[in-house]
Design a protein around this ligand. Structure first.
Ligand SMILES: [Zn+2]
Length: 93
């Protein structure tokens, strides 16, 4: 999934978040097994970093479904980068 790789590149997450985010695409697709999905949802409940990220990911996927050759809107990139600057020590380039 091309767009997922792009988003992941923009995001510097903690190791725990990183692990959870490996399952993000499968979670949204509904293909996770019960235990993994429960762990995932528990983390999403606790983590103020991942929750908005999941929501943003979902809306991005919805956009991607509407268009085969989707480009990441600059608005989304800016929003994501602003979010990361506020909420993490994501290195600025
Ligand atoms: Zn997290």
């Amino acid at each position: 999934m091309k767009i997922f790789k792009i988003i992941k590149m923009m995001v510097g997450l903690s190791p725990n978040c990183e692990k959870v985010n490996l399952f993000l695409a499968d979670y949204v697709d509904g293909t996770l097994d019960d235990k993994t999905r429960k762990d995932f949802e528990e983390h999403m409940d606790m983590c103020k970093c991942c929750r908005p990220y999941l929501n943003q990911y979902k809306s991005t996927i919805e956009m991607a479904h509407e268009c085969d050759d989707v480009k990441v809107p600059s608005e989304l990139v800016e929003h994501t980068m602003a979010f990361l600057r506020r909420n993490s020590d994501f290195p600025r380039s």
